[in-house]
Design a protein around this ligand. Structure first.
Ligand code: SF4
Ligand code: ZN
Ligand code: ZN
Length: 361
């Protein structure tokens, strides 16, 4: 049987079956359609404007490495006029993040982009290794997620950027839709498919890979021979997300369009006003100045629990009451440096917001 020809160019030999569509195509056509779909996602949502300073949240993993490469390619091909930076957060996980950061440092050279690394240790005085030593491996991802979010905003402020792009892909978003349905978290469900999020005094964030399948990102990295780090974090990831992931992979195996269909379903949900109203009003943290829906932001609450030897007080109401019963936090407790949101950047970013929807998780 003669080899199949590419379904797109009808000239070259087909080298792969596209996971998203099942089409048999050649390598060059795969690169082209993958990049063009990301470009279309960017332009249809008007994510950037010329002169924007954009930080790529870079972990050294496949998603963010491919994102950095594709952002650089599209910026040059379509003359977006962006200043691109790499921004990495060092959580302090020995044997994992230290190795993956070496990859990011190589990417910095390969892509000629300035790199800023901000560590949990310098910002919070705690590494994830130390946190896990105190809290164990059950709630560690809660600490890590809250600390990372704030660290990214602070790193972006240091770089003076308008916008952070992250490597969240279609599988991640479909998983989040499923998780929010399974948890009955309708307010989050209503906003988790937004491509772009921005709180009042946070830096704009977006996900150019919103419609890119994880399998295609892996394929792209493989055929382009990109330099990325593929080991999983040594501290077990969020178990609930793990269930959603396995479920989604089963659905994808039965029908590849399931991933995109779930995202489209999430986008089409209309959340009732009274459900939206359950979201708290944003204010600033009294201790560190970061945005918060309570007197203290989540990072300060978690940090106080760690410092006072009662880490769970930031996780459960019961533990929080126990800590409150011991009296207020000591005067000399370690705190996060005060956050000054980038007001001049904010003005630019607000103008560029396309939908003004809040953050997702
Ligand atoms: Fe942090 Fe958990 Fe991710 Fe590891 S798996 S990097 S601990 S959020
Ligand atoms: Zn082709
Ligand atoms: Zn705070």
């Amino acid at each position: 049987m003669s080899p199949r020809t590419c379904a797109l160019c009808a000239t070259n030999k087909a080298m792969l079956k596209r996971p998203k569509t099942g089409q048999q195509i050649c390598r060059d056509c795969f690169f082209y359609v993958f990049e063009t779909e990301v470009h279309n996602t960017i332009t249809q949502s008007s994510l950037f404007k010329p002169g924007d300073r954009v930080a790529i949240g870079a972990s050294g993993g496949k998603d963010s490495t491919v994102l950095a490469y594709v952002m650089k390619t599209l910026n040059e091909r379509y003359q977006y006029g962006l200043d691109l930076f790499l921004l990495s957060i060092d959580e302090g996980i020995t044997g994992y993040r230290d190795d993956s950061l070496e990859t990011v440092k190589r990417n910095q050279q390969q892509y000629s982009m300035p790199l800023k690394i901000l560590s949990y240790d310098e910002l919070y005085g705690w590494t994830m290794d130390a946190i896990v030593a105190q809290v164990g491996k059950k709630n560690n991802c809660t600490f890590c997620g809250v600390f990372r979010r704030q660290a990214l905003d602070r790193g972006a402020t240091v770089l003076g950027v308008d916008h952070i792009v992250t490597g969240h892909n279609a599988d991640d978003i479909a998983e989040t839709v499923l998780m929010n349905i399974m948890r009955g978290d309708i307010a989050r469900l209503g906003r988790c498919t937004a491509i772009c999020t921005q709180g009042e005094d946070t830096i704009k964030r977006s996900k150019p890979f919103k419609y890119a399948y994880e399998k295609e990102i892996v394929m792209y990295a493989y055929f382009k021979k990109l330099d990325y780090f593929s080991t999983e974090c040594i501290y077990s990831p969020d178990a609930y997300r793990g269930h959603a992931r396995v479920f989604l992979k089963d659905l994808e195996a039965a029908r590849p369009s399931a991933i995109i269909d779930i995202i489209h379903s999430g986008e089409a949900f209309e959340v009732r006003e009274e459900v939206k109203a359950t979201q708290k009003v944003q204010q600033t943290c009294k201790r560190c100045g970061y945005m918060s829906s309570n007197d203290l932001c989540k990072a300060c609450t978690l940090l106080e629990g760690l410092e006072r030897g009662m880490a769970n007080s930031g996780i459960t109401d019961r533990a929080r009451k126990k800590l409150d019963a011991e009296g207020p936090a000591p005067e000399n407790i370690r705190t996060i440096p005060f956050y000054n949101p980038p007001s001049s950047t904010l003005v630019i970013a607000v103008e560029a917001t396309n939908d003004g929807k809040p953050s997702t998780s």
